[in-house]
Design a protein around this ligand. Sequence first.
Ligand SMILES: C[S@@+](CC[C@H](N)C(=O)[O-])C[C@H]1O[C@@H](n2cnc3c(N)ncnc32)[C@H](O)[C@@H]1O
Length: 253
Amino acid sequence: MFSDLAHYLENEFEDVQGWCIPQLWQSIEPLARAMRSDGDAGPVAEIGVYHGKFFIGLAKTMGAKAHNTAIDVFSMQEFNLDGAGKGDEAVFRNNLEQCGISEATDLIEADSMGLSDDDAAALRAKTGGFSMFSVDGCHTAEHTVNDLEFALKVIRRDGIIFIDDYNNANWPGVQEGIAKHYFGGSRRFVPVLYSCNKLLLCNLSFHDRYIETVLAHLKEHFPDTRCRDHARFGYRCLSIFSDTADGAVLSRV
Ligand SMILES: C[S@@+](CC[C@H](N)C(=O)[O-])C[C@H]1O[C@@H](n2cnc3c(N)ncnc32)[C@H](O)[C@@H]1O
């Protein structure tokens, strides 16, 4: 199921510039396996793709043949308010080509702050909703809330939303944005785990089963990975500390 992903992680991943800790797949793999087991998984999307390091990995994880969706300001860098990496469309396209997923990817050059309800409805109609959505654009609290709210409109019911840099002291706006979101009312998507610099959210209906799925996977394949089981914003949430220097990434392919 994950041979294409394994090939990417062992080969091109090193050469694609960007920010992504591969041991995150210790947690992604069991979630993707659960989503793909009924044969009805959707494509993936990311706000803030830069050169595609994480995006390409996610697309290969879910194996969708069409409509993986990359959203970035690319040439409109005046809307990249914190300048944390400047997306480059030519480099991104070249990396998609090298990794064999250009045909399976749609590009949207946009300021995420300009994405509308109509954009979300059009994406849902075209894709049926995304199985995985990564929020990794501008890191202000306002962008974080805005981008998460957009993700919530287009994510599938069993999908996962990734919030990058949740604990990165360089970007306190991310944590502030997430706090605003959760202190603002009860939510359909709730924290499920934190690992490798990303907070993962899932639908409350899938929350317990996803936690048990990840715990069982770690216990069987990565027994040395340390894991704390506690609560965030009132919801049970794992903190997973993989060995990011030497730790294995996938269990098997
Ligand atoms: C930290 S980089 C993303 C890293 C990438 N996810 C990876 O895997 O390496 C941030 C990206 O967000 C884009 N970006 C910044 N502000 C944005 C905005 N307002 N709307 C959409 N994309 C934005 C930047 O152009 C840049 O490519």
